[in-house]
Design a protein around this ligand. Structure first.
Ligand SMILES: Nc1nc2c(ncn2[C@@H]2O[C@H](COP(=O)(O)OP(=O)(O)OP(=O)(O)O)[C@@H](O)[C@H]2O)c(=O)[nH]1
Ligand SMILES: [Mg+2]
Length: 479
């Protein structure tokens, strides 16, 4: 028997981008050609894809660390590095992806639905790509970016059209075994089923799935028995089927009370109120069972339930039941908003966010710069290469980071951190020449504090200043 695992923690790491290459073209008699360093390849993504033939998360329980391959570094002669390979992880239909705090990142329903769980790092540009009219022969290249690494939780919420609920030993697994090709474990002791079973039923032209959950008992909502943990698997169903045992030997039980108990537990669990329900009276092959079924049937129908009398063992009443379920499922499917024809691809977040923020971080005594672009550029920089650092400074300057630092009150020599606390790059700030000189010059004269004055006004003001000076002079020199 395969183990059923419906919750796993998964650590994914996308591939790193390959570094760009700094190289200069060499040829006989042409010692210094142009830069010809190629770009690094992209790191592979980690991608989750729904595959309906996968039914459990067991695989990830056994090996929870998954990494996509890295991009290859670029090389001379304009050769780009190869991209890393995406790592495609198949998951069952109905897998919910959460972060470690329990926030839902994605709900993967439908064959082929895709979620990029980790994005591969971009490859670094080689010096050929970095050359420009201004920078003819860059002696540096950009580093590849690290791939995204994340801890996620996968939780399976089975996607079954029909869910069977009932007391232990009511015959839920027996029913699945005779309605579908599934072969669940069946036995005459309670809690035979420890994890949900799933079967596929074909009734006429309708194909639908049917699942049972471990038996429920009074107090299940307080954690008795196997608790309500598994009810998660019935949340998505279109119809709930109460499987009632008409031949139980327990003296304090009868099918109608059983029904009330299960309904109460479902109510406590919540969220299933408006799901259509039908009642199956099972075990009518036993004479007492048949008598009891006939006796309570009108009562149940008066409550509004459609009632089916069956025997999973003698295989009676099954056809009628399976066609009735097919009808309800077909109706529910028709009522659902049309599923998009294309498969849904969910990406974690927009990557190109051009903004950034500068804040003073008191505990660390640094000005902290946060933003997708500045943080990416820092990761791409080889800090052992002055030219590369200069290039970074230019980029930051053009984005307006230096101006923003000035405005925030940063002075030359202050600490500046780019990135989040754990992986920030911290350095002493040296305003680059242009921005620095300009800003400092302005600050000395403090022109910025004044509103611009038209020339005529400036002339009048100057005249007023002179007159004032003359007055003072005359006061002190009365002669
Ligand atoms: N006579 C008779 N026995 C049945 C019928 N259906 C199931 N049983 C028996 O009832 C017992 C319990 O059946 P299961 O199908 O395992 O019951 P279950 O509801 O899945 O039980 P749990 O998994 O413990 O919740 C088994 O011994 C079955 O053979 C039926 O229609 N007639
Ligand atoms: Mg069972």
């Amino acid at each position: 028997m395969t183990t059923f695992v419906d919750r796993v923690e998964l650590h994914v790491a996308a591939g790193n981008g390959g570094h760009g290459c700094a190289s200069v073209h060499r040829e006989k008699f042409k010692p210094l050609g142009g830069p010809d360093g190629g770009n690094g390849g992209r790191g592979g993504d980690v991608i989750l894809v729904v595959d309906q033939s996968v039914t459990t998360l067991l695989e990830y329980h056994h090996s929870p660390h998954r990494k996509a391959t890295n991009g290859q570094p670029g090389a001379g002669d304009n050769r780009s590095g190869k991209d890393g390979q995406d790592l495609v992880l198949t998951v069952p239909d109905g897998t919910v992806v959460l972060d470690k705090q329990g926030n839902v990142l994605a709900d993967l329903v439908g064959q082929g639905t895709t979620f990029v769980a980790g994005q591969g790092g971009r490859g670094g540009l080689g010096n050929a790509a970095l050359s420009s009219a201004r920078r003819k022969a860059p002696g540096f290249a950009l580093l590849g970016e690290p791939g995204e690494a994340r801890d996620i939780v996968l939780e399976l919420k089975t996607v079954a059209d029909v869910a069977l609920v009932g007391y232990p030993s009511a015959g839920k697994s027996s029913l699945i075994s005779v309605l579908s090709a599934a072969k669940p474990k069946i036995a005459d002791y309670p809690f035979t089923t420890l994890v949900p079973n799933l079967g596929v039923v074909t009734a006429g032209s309708t194909v639908y799935t049917i699942a049972d959950v471990p038996g429920l008992i009074p107090g299940a909502s307080q954690g008795r028995g196997l608790g309500l943990e598994f009810l998660r698997h019935v949340e998505r169903c279109s119809v709930l089927v109460h499987v009632l045992d008409t031949a139980t030997l327990e003296s304090d039980r009868d099918p109608v009370t059983d029904l009330d108990v299960i309904e109460e537990e479902l109510r406590q669990y919540g969220g299933l109120e408006n799901r259509p329900r039908i009642v199956v009276l099972n075990k009518i092959d036993i004479p007492d069972g048949k008598d009891l079924a006939d006796m309570i049937r009108p009562d149940l129908e008066k409550r509004g339930y459609r009632v089916f009398e069956v025997s999973a063992v003698a295989r009676t009443g099954l056809k009628e039941l399976s066609f009735a379920l097919a009808g309800i499922v077909a109706e529910a499917r028709a009522a659902k908003p049309k599923e998009e024809a294309t498969r849904i691809v969910i990406r974690p977040k927009a990557v190109d966010d051009s903004g950034f923020t500068v804040t003073y971080d008191e505990t660390e005594d640094v000005y902290r710069v946060r933003g997708e672009k500045p943080e990416r550029w820092v990761r791409q920089t080889d800090f052992n290469n002055d030219e590369a650092v200069g290039y970074l400074a230019d980029r930051l300057n053009r984005l307006g980071v230096e101006d923003a630092l000035m405005k925030a009150g940063a002075r030359a020599g202050d600490g500046v951190a780019i990135g989040a606390e754990e992986n920030a790059v911290v350095f002493d700030w040296e305003p680059s020449m242009t921005a620095g000189a300009e800003m400092l010059g302005r600050r000395g004269e403090d022109h910025r504090m004044e509103a611009p004055r038209p020339a005529a006004q400036r002339r009048r003001d100057r005249q007023a200043e002179r007159d004032e000076a003359d007055r003072e002079f005359n006061e002190f020199n009365p002669f």
